[in-house]
Design a protein around this ligand. Structure first.
Ligand SMILES: C[S@@+](CC[C@H](N)C(=O)[O-])C[C@H]1O[C@@H](n2cnc3c(N)ncnc32)[C@H](O)[C@@H]1O
Length: 247
């Protein structure tokens, strides 16, 4: 099989044994439940699954132009939560399309509500594991940017294996970025920041663009402060931004 670009499809990534999330209760506030029921068809993409509801089946790449109704540079956000920063960042750049992977259904419902309230039209949500989604829905070299802001820190050492950014994930994201594309990340957990940085510095297709504090990137000014970032700052943690460019 080949990609639309004529490139051979990469072998599907072996399913991770542990996921970077545990699906939490799906209770939604009535206003978000109503948004979910009335509006999800406009913003949430149904993708083929394997057995797990957060999985993505192989062999059916996403028709991105059909999903957005146009062709535009594509950015992926991983884990937008309730869309607190996603909607503002997408609104600021109407010339891009943003595909967001999120597994937390109440968060997706809130994002749908925000998109509708603000009239932001360049976002689509996929209620699936981003690892599966990047592997099966998107082709190599298809992304202008990837955003990963405040990934779940899994602070206990015995849970570190759940952290989203590992070596295989770094390889996967690097393969999906187009040459010159950017991966922007931020975390308020110092040891996770160090771990991400050493993994990404060692990834041969990525170049660290952090020209700011000792190889860390300056805070991206377009990234609004979210509840997660505020909570980290209030707890006395330092936020590290990272920015890597695909060779
Ligand atoms: C700590 S929250 C950060 C939310 C948002 N980025 C912010 O800065 O406010 C992390 C989010 O990532 C989502 N998440 C974790 N692993 C994921 C995965 N493999 N695929 C998609 N979403 C994931 C979680 O459900 C959660 O909503």
């Amino acid at each position: 099989m080949t990609e639309p670009t004529g490139q051979p499809v990469r072998a599907p990534r072996v399913q991770r044994e542990v996921t970077s999330f545990v699906r939490r209760s799906s209770r939604m506030r009535p206003v978000h439940l109503r948004a979910w029921e009335r509006l999800r068809h406009a913003y949430v993409l149904e993708v083929p699954q394997r057995a797990a509801s957060t999985s993505v089946a192989p062999g059916r790449p996403l028709d991105v132009a059909a999903a957005f109704g146009r062709t535009a540079p594509l950015v992926v956000e991983i884990g937008p939560g309730t869309g607190e920063s996603l909607v503002t960042m997408a609104a600021a750049r109407p010339e891009i399309d943003v595909l967001a992977f999120e597994v937390y259904l109440p968060g997706i419902a809130r994002t749908v509500h925000r998109l509708h309230e603000t009239g932001v039209a360049n976002v689509r949500l996929v209620p699936s594991d981003a690892v599966d989604g990047l592997t099966h829905l998107l082709g190599p070299g298809s992304l202008q940017e990837v955003w990963t802001f405040f990934p779940d820190p899994w602070p206990k050492a015995r849970h570190h294996k759940r952290r989203l950014v590992d070596r295989a994930f770094a390889d996967l994201v690097a393969s999906r970025l187009r040459p010159g594309g950017l991966w922007r990340l931020a975390t308020d957990w110092a040891d996770y920041a160090e771990q991400i940085r050493s993994l990404l510095d060692a990834q041969p297709q990525l170049v660290n663009e952090g020209g700011g504090r000792d190889g860390w990137a300056e805070r991206w000014p377009d990234r609004p402060l979210t509840r997660f970032e505020r909570r980290g700052i209030e707890a006395g943690r330092t936020v590290h931004d990272l920015r890597y460019r695909r060779r």
